[in-house]
Design a protein around this ligand. Structure first.
Ligand code: PHE
Length: 501
């Protein structure tokens, strides 16, 4: 490269003008395209000036290369027809097979070199109408191959109708000296050095210009996982709506708060090791820790024989079952602790709005949409005289802040809510209704044993954090979002999250 640059500068210095860089490339023995890099770089340094010279020529197509050697198809076909009685079409086809035969026959007929003779009564025969022909097409192809310019009409016929030649365009350059012409390129300095200062050479030294468009080095920093970004958006929505965050720093729960306090019977299938991760060490929690004896008895009795308008489940409730430790299966365990605390706080009950967003665990088959752990978003409002209308209203407010304005509800069942509703939202993007959450009003069998006044109701809902995150970030396999297969560059590069926009 440097050699090429030298040769170019030498040549330009000697000749003052290089009329066509194509000739220079030839004399230097390199492809013109190789010289172009050198020309551009010298031009950028203003050492030379390069003016475009546009070139145009026709070249032969692959098909035409064959005809250049073997003769044009029309002449091939003419030669294959014997003088006199001629030949049948079928036979002619075997003598000049393929495209050459078809094209040649058509051309020779058009030129009136050949004709079809049907007078014999039998199969028509191809016969000669002239004694000899001249291969004008082959001659033209030879001219193109030799770099000669064709008459316009013939060039167009060969290029457009017969597709035997095609145009080729390229550029070369006229070169002259630029304002910074020199026989050798001076590398501009990037730094002002002590030496330049002490010797005074900085006065004549050329410096490289600042590149204000250069990208900076990315500053080393931590990056937020998409789930954390979406979580902070959810937090913002909840706090704007006046909700307080519940403490969720407890993955291990007792069955009591996860199930029993929620009026979920002890033989309920969700309480099976197939659905729930139970701890082996420590396998249980003494129930008198943080749970008042009277409350425990009220829970036992509501399970066994009901109360507060309920008939209960009619089985024998076991304390030991409620003491089993597990990884919480929902953050509703957190809600039940908080509601118990709310009912028993000094000064008595006060209305409250709570939310939480944290991890829950389920003993599930792992696949592209399920993991054994996920994050749950949970909200609840506890106040006097709340109705299903309040729940629908709050859900509409909440989801419309997420950008999900069209909601539908479907009756559902949870052991701890009545009525219960699945929440569906219409996705304009996907053109269909999608399940986005679950909700309900907590049952009196759950709230009254805690000591909440009779006229106090609780409306609550829950959804996963993963589902909206996957939709927002266009991730369709949950294992690309969470777990050991997650790509760190996805975490580094994912954009900021704006919900509801
Ligand atoms: N706990 C429910 C679930 O795991 C969600 C929910 C919360 C439902 C509150 C109703 C009320 O899906």
């Amino acid at each position: 490269m440097a050699d090429l640059e030298n040769s170019l500068l030498q040549a330009l210095n000697a000749q003052e003008v290089i009329a066509d860089s194509g000739d220079l490339a030839k004399s230097l023995g390199v492809e013109h395209i190789v010289l172009v890099g050198t020309i551009r770089s010298l031009q950028a340094s203003e050492m030379i000036i390069a003016e475009d010279i546009d070139h145009f020529r026709y070249v032969l197509t692959d098909e035409a290369q064959g005809y250049l050697a073997a003769g044009s198809p029309e002449v091939q076909v003419f030669n294959a027809v014997p003088a006199g009685e001629g030949i049948t079409l079928a036979e002619l086809k075997t003598r000049v097979p393929g495209e050459a035969g078809d094209v040649g026959f058509k051309q020779a007929m058009q030129q009136r070199w050949l004709a079809l003779d049907k007078s014999g009564g039998g199969e028509p025969r191809v016969v000669r109408k002239v004694d000899a022909v001249e291969d004008r097409t082959q001659q033209l192809l030879a001219d193109v191959a030799g770099g000669k310019e064709l008459p316009k009409a013939e060039a167009e016929n060969l290029a457009k109708k017969r597709k035997l030649i095609k145009p080729e365009q390229w550029k070369t350059y006229k070169l002259t000296k630029g304002p910074k012409f020199a026989l050798e390129r001076k590398k501009p300095a990037t730094d002002l050095t002590f030496e330049m200062m002490s010797k005074g050479t900085w006065r004549t030294q050329e410096f490289k210009d600042y590149n204000f468009n250069a990208l900076g080095v990315p500053p080393p920093s931590g990056q937020l996982h998409p789930l954390l970004k979406v979580r902070s958006q959810f937090r913002k929505i909840f706090t704007q709506m006046g909700f307080e965050e519940m403490p969720t720093n407890q993955y291990v729960e007792s069955s009591f708060w996860n199930f029993d306090a929620l009026f979920q019977p002890q033989q309920h299938p969700a309480r099976d090791a197939h659905d729930t991760f139970f701890l082996t060490k420590p396998a249980s929690t003494a129930s008198d820790r943080g749970v008042d004896k009277d409350y425990l008895n009220r829970v036992k009795s509501v399970h066994e024989m009901g109360g507060y308008g309920s008939v209960g489940y009619g089985y024998s409730w076991k304390l030991a079952e409620s003491e089993k430790n597990l990884l919480r299966t929902h953050t509703t365990a957190v809600s039940s602790r908080m509601l118990y605390r709310l009912a028993n706080q000094p000064g008595g009950f006060k209305p409250a709005k709570y939310f939480s967003i944290d991890r829950v665990f389920r003993n599930e088959q792992v696949d592209r949409t399920h993991l054994a752990e996920f994050h749950q978003v949970e909200g609840l409002v506890c106040d006097r005289g709340l109705t299903l209308g309040d729940l629908i209203g709050v859900l509409n407010q909440f989801f419309s802040r997420l950008g999900l304005k069209k909601l539908r509800f479907k009756p559902a069942f949870n052991p701890y809510t009545e009525p219960s509703m699945e929440i569906f939202s219409y996705s304009e993007q996907l053109g269909k209704w999608m399940e986005v959450g679950n909700s309900g009003m907590f049952r009196p069998e759950m709230l009254r044993p805690m000591g909440l006044p009779e006229d106090v109701n609780v409306i609550a809902w829950g959804l996963s954090l993963e589902r909206p995150t996957m939709i927002l970030y266009g991730i369709d396999n949950i294992r690309d979002l969470f777990g050991h297969k997650v790509s760190l560059s996805m975490v580094r590069k994912n954009p900021i999250c704006r919900l509801g926009l």
